[in-house]
Design a protein around this ligand. Sequence first.
Ligand code: DC
Length: 288
Amino acid sequence: MIRRAAMFAPEIGGRGAGSGTPVADGTNGLRPSAGPAAGERALAGEAPGGKVSGDPASATGGAVAADGSAMAAPDGRRLVIAVDGPAAAGKGTLARALAGCLGLPYLDTGLLYRVVGRRMLDAGLDPSADASGEAATLRAEDLARGDLRTPEVDRAASRVAGQPAVRAALLQFQRSFGAAHGAVLDGRDIGTVIFPDAAVKLFISASHRARAERRWLQLNAHRSPADGEREAEIAAVEAELVARDAADSGREVAPLRAADDAVRIDTDRLDADAVLAEALRIVRARVG
Ligand code: DC
């Protein structure tokens, strides 16, 4: 049974621009946008206001505490929150909402690999071939492309993500993004490789079936096929997810896994508000 009103709302056509949307800085590099925002209320325990995904666009950037100082990790550094987990487990929904609540920039690191995979396809190249050149020349505007969430790009992104040279080329950008103002980053290796000393690490998981239903809804929000057809399509999506999990978890470099000090949240039986509330509770416990 699929509940279209599930709190994990389908995200059609890519994810919305938010406070953490990388913007061109006039060089080939990327930087997070910056500006005032209030994460204080969320950290003080206030409910997120009933808004499922938060609105990073209205919280325009760097995390600023009530006294005007930047929100910091317990050791005084910028607050970095790592949100890792497999595809369609709800980590993007959570990470974006968390960023909105805390007024932190948000980076969906999967987009970086998607752009590299997309550019390999555009160039008529096999995504398994060396893609480090595409990674090294990635540009901010690429992240806003509307063609990064097709099944073809899913596969291409997974292939390029398995290449050590691609990961190396994308590493510094991710670290700079988080170090600039603090950030919420979601991906597969944020807590293990990119920010092994992040103040808060969350690992988001869900059953294959729940993830397949969510991904199917993302891709088919405007269709209502007959039950049998829908079931077959969901089964196909599930098979793709299982294959991608195997590739992401089984690769030698930066495999998908929970950091030893990550807190796990299983989203199967939680709606997005409940996941966000749980995540905020964990952040409060770590950051105060
Ligand atoms: O989260 P996503 O489905 O958009 O990610 C696309 C691909 O990139 C997926 O195969 C996993 C990979 N990826 C990764 O290896 N490391 C990350 N930090 C983010 C994504």
